[in-house]
Design a protein around this ligand. Structure first.
Ligand SMILES: Cc1ncc(COP(=O)(O)O)c(C=O)c1O
Length: 418
């Protein structure tokens, strides 16, 4: 049977209700149950009920969040949620920011602002004159930089290979003592939450050195920055507030709907100069215009679901979500270690790397876990060793989900070893 959703563009209209019924019948079985409590792949959370409901509302409202005049509610809520996020991260309230699709775009947007600021100091307006003939910017990254930062560097014309790479330790933290000499032409990209180990770069030392030199520090904190809400984990974020720009995702740890990236920049002018747009028909008011801080013009009103999700949690709910998922990650690590399997990382937040022996055995256990269907985990290679990644990121994960998943993992690992 051919898949009924595939085929050439239909010549004639189709009954909308039947189109939806078709989608439901044939589309639903081809989805992944990431909203359940036993999905531990990538860094994917489930969506909070209030955020799901708010996105239905926002869709019915049909808002374009580019300019305030197009959607006063979207613009107003964007101001509110950006303030809330600054409060969670402990950043100054006058940081400027934008709501974008994902951390990759947030990284790109922040790097464009950094490029603007660094080159302005050199007397070069990159927004107007481009990169050809511009003074060089030196980019410094850690050995375990996330691929999205390299992609963002390539999109910003800074080059993914034109970087100075700083050695990292066994957890993937940049070794601050190995930093090269920094100056006013330097952009340093650091990380809050390594995608494999969950580790945090030593931000305090790096930011202090960067400040003395007049360099720009950008933080890729796609999920790790949210640990700042918890008094128990806040110490991991020490010094990150001294950076110049931050990229994060609300669709990861805080469990807001896709897509929901956030960029924050200390120098509001740099972000605005990098992202500004004007046109006779583009009606900018006297207040902040959402599109003036982001690469996109027309955009989803993602502030609406972000507001609802964060409002439904409050500080204590968000803290509980962060601490609960970290405790689940520790339980996985303890259970696997007690059964004789090697945990490859220090489980500092919600990420666990486990080896089931040789690379072949580890990959086979992971393949069977995925096929078994009790839970889902993906793989990685850490310091040359194959590992299974357990990323506990969902509000929906319960103690029972963890025990049930752990039992399945251990049963399958024993079967593979037999
Ligand atoms: C540290 C880090 N940075 C960036 C990203 C990219 O996020 P996104 O897929 O939302 O662009 C991820 C994704 O897991 C990540 O862990």
């Amino acid at each position: 049977m051919t898949f009924p959703l595939i085929g050439p563009f239909p010549e004639k209209p189709y009954d909308p209700a039947e189109a939806i019924a078709l989608l439901h019948k044939f589309g639903a079985p081809a989805t992944v149950a990431t909203s359940g409590g036993r999905y531990f792949g990538f860094v994917i959370g489930g969506t909070l009920p209030a955020a799901v409901a708010a996105s239905w509302l926002a869709n019915v409202w049909d808002q374009n969040a580019a300019f305030r005049v197009m959607s006063p509610i979207a613009a107003e809520l964007e101001d509110v949620v950006l303030q809330w996020v600054c409060q969670v991260f402990g950043l100054p309230g006058d940081c400027e920011g934008g709501l974008v699709t994902c951390a990759t775009t947030a990284n790109f947007t922040a790097l464009a602002a950094a490029r603007q600021a660094l080159l302005t100091k050199q007397g070069w307006n990159v927004a107007d004159d481009g990169m050809f003939g511009a003074p060089p910017i030196r980019v410094v990254v850690g050995e375990e930089v996330h691929a999205s930062v390299l992609k963002a560097l390539s999109m910003a014309g800074l080059g993914r290979k034109r970087v100075t790479i700083v050695e990292a330790d066994d957890q993937g933290r940049m070794r601050a003592e190995k930093l090269p000499r920094l100056d006013v032409n330097t952009l340093v990209c650091i990380q809050a939450g390594n995608v494999n180990t969950g580790a945090f770069d030593p931000a305090g030392t790096i930011c202090e050195r960067a400040r003395e030199a007049g360099a720009w520090v950008h933080v890729d904190g796609a999920f790790g920055l949210w640990a700042a809400v918890s008094p128990k984990y806040r110490h991991l974020l020490a010094g990150f507030e001294l950076a110049d720009s931050w990229a994060t995702d609300a669709h990861k740890w805080p469990n807001i709907n896709y897509d929901s990236g956030i960029v924050l920049v200390r120098d509001a002018r740099a972000l605005r100069s990098a992202m500004t747009i004007s046109g006779a028909y583009l009606q900018a008011g006297t207040r902040r215009e959402p599109t003036q801080q982001t690469p996109e013009a027309s955009r989803r009103a993602r502030a609406i679901e972000l507001w609802a999700g964060l409002k439904s949690l409050g500080r204590s709910g968000l803290t509980d979500l962060i601490e609960r998922t970290c405790a689940h990650a520790r339980r996985f690590a303890d259970g696997l270690r007690e059964a004789g399997y090697e945990i490859l990382n220090d489980v500092v937040i919600n990420q666990v790397l486990v080896s089931f022996g040789s690379a072949d055995k580890t990959v086979e256990v992971m393949r069977r876990i995925q096929k078994d269907g009790t839970c889902w985990c993906g793989g990685t290679v850490w310091k040359g060793r194959a590992a299974m990644r357990i990323s506990v990121s969902s509000w929906a994960t319960t103690d029972q989900d963890v025990e049930h998943s752990l039992t399945a993992m251990l049963r399958i690992a024993r079967e593979v070893a037999a």
